[in-house]
Design a protein around this ligand. Structure first.
Ligand code: PMP
Length: 405
């Protein structure tokens, strides 16, 4: 098993300095860094076999198409989807959710119908549904959260009704780190014959995603959140849904036969992949998945659990620091505020110490409204982070306090 020093050596950016200080990268919730193998895999596509996929008879196109379809199989196996037809490449989580909100809405949603979301959602899992509701005359219903930042399941059960058309919730909150009780959410929805979409943007990086076990109907994630390249994402959908709903984009590759009178669509999953897909990034994502598997998913989880408890301990000991999101079921993401100090000031001073954290609402304004705050400082950790880095953050926060209070 690789130790953390060896793991960090796989990520070239982690050894750089910022303002002459070693980089402490605690913004993994926004995007993760890339191991060398991912950079090499993308480079290799462009250097050795770049050709547009699925269209050519020539050697390069064939090689690119093969690598792209191998990447799909890689993703399928990683998330344990039953069929490759159920794995659609998109531009990212946002692209995947917008796609389903449009296509599912067109096919199944009518005026007066309801979509259930939670108050923990990222804007990417709110706004597309709002846009669809406006088009269709449907209504959003929102599962409330408690002070710890956990959804209130009893309220969720009350929201499920014969008018509910879909439930769409995050696997984990990007703003607070709370892991949602997906088993309860999905089984209650299914008992009411309601499908469920899981926004896996913050889940894919931290846990084992086994879609056969989870049994959600749709699952969305972004490659860049799991050490892969930007510009690639995945939309998983059970075949029975993907076969029924219309495409969300029209163009090349998603068609079977086109005339001006009528177009018939390609088979799954290509029906949802219009235009030139980002095949180099898909190949990079496959390499990121191989990397994660080579480190070991259980090992990653154990490293992250250790970081979670250590950071909990260190941050809890800091006077005048409030942590938002106190669920016991958390990813290693910490949203906090220091009394009388604006989050931007904290973030900017930490940055000058080489510590990258995020500040603001984290695209989750309803969560901030719940606490009556206008933002937090967020440190989001992953397995390549270290206890020394957590110490650097804790010391940095103390310095911020002496400078500004
Ligand atoms: N949902 C959640 C929970 C997220 O954390 C994010 C990214 N911060 C997104 C959706 C959107 O992901 P992307 O920008 O990669 O589409």
């Amino acid at each position: 098993m690789k130790n953390v020093t060896d793991i960090r050596a796989d990520f070239p950016i982690l050894s750089r300095k910022v303002y002459g200080k070693p980089l402490v990268y605690f913004d993994n919730g926004a995007t993760t860094q890339k191991p060398q193998c991912v950079l090499d895999a993308v480079d290799k596509v462009y250097k050795e076999y770049n050709g547009n996929i699925h269209r050519g008879v020539h050697y390069l196109s064939d090689m690119s198409s093969e690598a792209y379809e191998a990447a799909r199989e890689n993703v399928r196996s990683f998330i344990n989807a039953e069929k490759r037809e159920e794995v659609v490449f998109t531009s990212g989580t946002t692209g995947s959710i917008n796609g389903i909100a449009f296509s599912y809405g067109e096919r199944y949603v009518k005026a007066g119908d309801e979509i259930i979301l939670s108050r923990l959602e990222h804007h990417a899992n709110i706004v597309p549904w709002q846009m669809m509701c406006e088009r269709k005359g449907a209504v959003l219903r929102v599962i409330p959260i408690n002070e710890k930042g956990e959804i209130v399941l009893d309220e969720y059960y009350k929201l499920l009704s014969p008018r509910t058309r879909l439930v769409s919730v995050a696997q984990a909150s990007n703003a607070l780190g709370t892991i949602l009780p997906l088993n309860e959410i999905i089984s209650a929805a299914h008992s009411a014959n309601v499908p469920v979409l899981i926004d896996g943007a913050q889940g894919i990086q931290h846990g084992i995603v086994d879609l056969k076990e989870m049994d959600c109907d749709f699952y969305a994630f972004s490659g860049h959140k799991i050490y892969g390249p930007n510009g690639i994402g995945v939309l998983y959908g059970k075949e029975k849904w993907l076969a029924e709903i219309p495409p969300f984009q029209g163009g090349g590759d998603m068609v079977d036969k086109v005339t001006f009178e009528k177009t018939t669509y390609n088979e799954l999953p290509f029906k949802f992949e219009a235009g030139t897909m980002n095949y180099p990034a898909a190949v990079g994502l496959a390499s990121a998945i191989d990397y994660v598997l080579s480190i070991g998913r259980d090992y990653i989880a154990s490293l992250e659990n250790e970081l979670l408890s250590y950071a909990n301990e260190r941050l809890a000991a800091i006077k005048d620091l409030t942590i938002y999101g106190r669920s016991e079921h958390k990813i290693p993401t910490f949203s906090f505020h220091i009394k009388d100090i604006h989050q931007y000031d904290t973030g900017m001073i930490l940055d000058k110490m080489g510590i990258a954290v995020r500040t603001g609402t984290h695209c989750a304004q309803p969560v901030m409204d719940h606490y009556g705050i206008d933002g937090t400082v967020r440190a989001s950790l992953c397995f390549y982070n270290t206890k020394d880095e957590i110490d650097a953050l804790a010391d940095g926060i103390e310095k911020v306090k002496t400078m500004l209070v």
